[in-house]
Design a protein around this ligand. Structure first.
Ligand SMILES: C[S@@+](CC[C@H](N)C(=O)[O-])C[C@H]1O[C@@H](n2cnc3c(N)ncnc32)[C@H](O)[C@@H]1O
Length: 255
């Protein structure tokens, strides 16, 4: 949670106050931080999940308007907002609607910004491809990996196994770790449809440039410490703690 707060702090310093929209706001953690920091701004939270929006409403923010909408559709007139944010929502668009819809969501976000507006993105970062090894310390962990490799739908997981040690691409290794502690079968099934590590640094940059936005800042942020703690007893990996979050700050104009 502390790591998450640090990520929000890093994001908030780039926000331009005035009219702000969060695209895929969930139950409002980012909205809460925005509402506190920018009490004079009008803040809109968009999500397609009505239950999440009800939770936003229950929080009783004075300056936040929750709206049910699909962020891959055109929702607002051009040049409405000073700042737009995607926080951990684009990987879901990629997983459930495909890469083309990520492009559409980017374009819509760009269109709804005023000429000097800012688009901020924080989402998972796919590490550059390389082979890593996972040494499973108990049978259950190894079996869980094999199930992941069989059932993960967004891409084929290729691996080689020798004497309980698996060699696999780093993106699939971190994807597996992100799902390893899935609490129940329903959550596991959902996770098997979703990829977190969808874009590399280059792919984020390419998407931004295709939309005609100017990259003002690109940062890699570390993943939560608790993430590694959750697997330590069950497996050893040949990968050092990674920067598994990307933060992009984009503007519509060069100035
Ligand atoms: C992982 S949550 C992140 C919520 C929030 N931004 C945060 O960081 O706490 C992703 C949210 O994006 C929403 N989402 C995904 N695809 C969407 C779409 N096409 N239209 C609207 N909301 C979408 C989901 O409903 C979910 O609430």
């Amino acid at each position: 949670m502390q790591d998450r707060t640090a990520r929000f702090t890093s994001l908030i310093q780039h926000v331009k106050p005035g009219k702000i929209v969060e695209l895929g706001c969930g139950n409002g953690l980012v909205l809460e931080a925005l509402s506190k920091r920018f009490s004079e701004s009008i803040i809109v939270g968009l999500d397609e999940d009505l239950e999440a929006l009800e939770k936003v409403l229950e929080k009783g923010f004075d300056n936040v308007i929750p709206i049910k909408a699909d962020i891959t559709q055109k929702i607002f007139p051009d040049r409405t907002f000073d700042t737009a944010l995607f926080v951990a929502s684009l990987h879901e668009v990629f997983s459930y609607r495909g890469k083309k819809k990520v492009r559409v969501a980017f374009q819509n976000a760009s269109d709804m910004l005023m000429d000097s507006g800012v688009l901020i993105i924080q989402d998972f970062l796919r590490p550059p491809s390389r082979l890593v090894k996972i040494n499973f310390l108990n049978e259950g962990a190894g079996k869980r990996f094999l199930r992941f490799a069989r059932e993960f739908r967004p891409r084929k997981v290729r691996y080689e196994e020798r004497e309980g040690v698996v060699g696999v691409d780093i993106a699939d290794a971190v994807e597996f770790i992100s799902k390893y502690r899935s609490p129940d079968e329903e959550d596991w099934q959902e996770e098997m449809r979703e990829t977190h590590f969808f874009f590399t640094e280059e792919e984020y940059q390419e998407m931004a440039q295709r939309t005609g936005l100017v990259i003002k800042d690109f940062k890699k942020l570390p993943t939560d410490k608790s993430w590694w703690g959750a697997i330590r007893e069950d497996m050893e990996l040949t990968l050092e703690p990674q920067y598994l979050w990307a933060q992009l700050v984009l503007t519509k104009s060069v100035s």
